[in-house]
Design a protein around this ligand. Structure first.
Ligand code: ZN
Length: 244
């Protein structure tokens, strides 16, 4: 059992308006993602969603969150800028952030990346093959050289992100497109992982490999103990500074 404290955030709107999504995720997408983490041995997994007060991301909840996962799509603009600021600040202080699928356009991801997050897409039930390009990286633990999903939405390059610190997966789609589908960055003390799959109409968050990658990513993004960034006038030097 891991003593990590994870908060799984979901927009939780499609499930109320699109029967196809509710059929795949009767308890909501966030609950399926959370179940995958619980199954993987994370003892403390809570969920939060957009229509809760403060989007379920109060100061108190964020203070008790080591890693936050984020799935949003149609309502990115309904996320309060104050909460975005609060989440981004926590990331800079060391909270891990796992951004899933259409979260590439979330305010918090764009803020932390500094780019538009734009990409190409197509909904055509395509086969997707993920290739591991960072063998030995903790996020690939237990994952083969490649794995596949029988049908997903296509996301294709160009993907407007800063060059990742580490690229972990690339995806190939039946229609010929490729995509950087698993990418890591550090911002301040916080680790960020973007993971592509998870269109709302597919049962992607029940897939064994997808669940394993998210579990690995949550563990990888856990905060690291150590000295905080200490802003000060370092008036007294460590060693004497000889003049002349
Ligand atoms: Zn999608």
């Amino acid at each position: 059992m891991s003593d990590l404290r994870v908060t799984v955030w979901g927009e939780y709107r499609h499930e109320h308006t699109n029967k196809a999504v509710a059929d795949v995720y009767p308890k909501g997408m966030h609950e399926a993602i959370a179940d995958g983490l619980r199954e993987g041995g994370i003892a403390s997994v809570r969920t939060a969603w957009l229509d809760q007060p403060e989007h379920g991301l109060t100061d108190a909840i964020l203070a008790e969150t080591d890693v936050l996962t984020w799935w949003g799509h149609q309502a990115h603009n309904d996320v309060d800028d104050k909460i975005v600021e609060r989440v981004a600040q926590r990331v800079l202080e060391g909270m891990g952030l796992i951004v899933l699928h259409s979260g590439h356009h979330s305010k918090v991801f764009k803020k932390l990346m500094g780019t538009s997050g734009n990409l190409q897409w197509r909904e055509a039930d395509e086969r997707e093959i993920f290739w591991t390009v960072a063998s030995g990286h903790p996020i690939t633990d237990g994952i083969d050289e490649h794995f596949e999903l029988p049908a997903e939405e296509m996301y294709g390059e160009p993907f407007d992100i800063p060059q990742p610190d580490t690229l972990v997966f690339i995806s190939w789609f039946q229609g010929g497109n490729v995509f950087r589908s698993g990418a890591c960055w550090q911002r301040g003390r916080g680790k960020i992982f973007y993971f592509r799959p998870g269109h709302e109409t597919y049962p992607t968050y029940y897939d064994t490999n997808v669940r394993r990658v998210i579990l690995n990513a949550v563990k990888w993004a856990a905060p690291v103990a150590g000295e905080k960034i200490n802003v000060r006038n370092a008036k007294v030097p460590l060693a004497p500074i000889t003049k002349g």
